[in-house]
Design a protein around this ligand. Sequence first.
Ligand SMILES: Cc1cc2nc3c(=O)[nH]c(=O)nc-3n(C[C@H](O)[C@H](O)[C@H](O)COP(=O)(O)O)c2cc1C
Length: 123
Amino acid sequence: MKVVYMSMTGQTKKFVKKLEMDSLEITMSNAFQEIYEPYVVVAPTYEIEATSILNDFIETGNNQAYLKGIAGGGNRNFNTLFCFTAKDLAEQYQVPILHMFEFQGSNYDVEYFKEKVRELGES
Ligand SMILES: Cc1cc2nc3c(=O)[nH]c(=O)nc-3n(C[C@H](O)[C@H](O)[C@H](O)COP(=O)(O)O)c2cc1C
């Protein structure tokens, strides 16, 4: 399972590094790249203007068919807006939310996420 993510200030990137999984960072320059293997998206939480490159990626070619789940990074100080980007993506593309964590995530977050991804592989 590949981990596809974006990161504006480096927190999500740090989380993904700790996973030690095959990963792909989405930027403006590769948002329309096609993928041909199952993946999960890890999304930081920002206004849609900032995160729409994830939508671009998911909607490119047949990419949506390989999307298996979404995880979100955010900041609980935003209260009801905590991880709304991940929630919106999961709703929009009808895939499960695997986990929501703050900033670069704790060791617990890393292990929990990896377990959720393993479960996806078995289902
Ligand atoms: C301008 C701005 C808006 C944000 N809005 C939210 C928000 O609505 N909800 C949330 O959970 N986190 C919000 N965050 C927190 C980030 O999503 C969080 O720090 C995340 O870990 C950043 O990931 P990144 O460093 O990979 O970009 C916001 C951060 C900034 C700077």
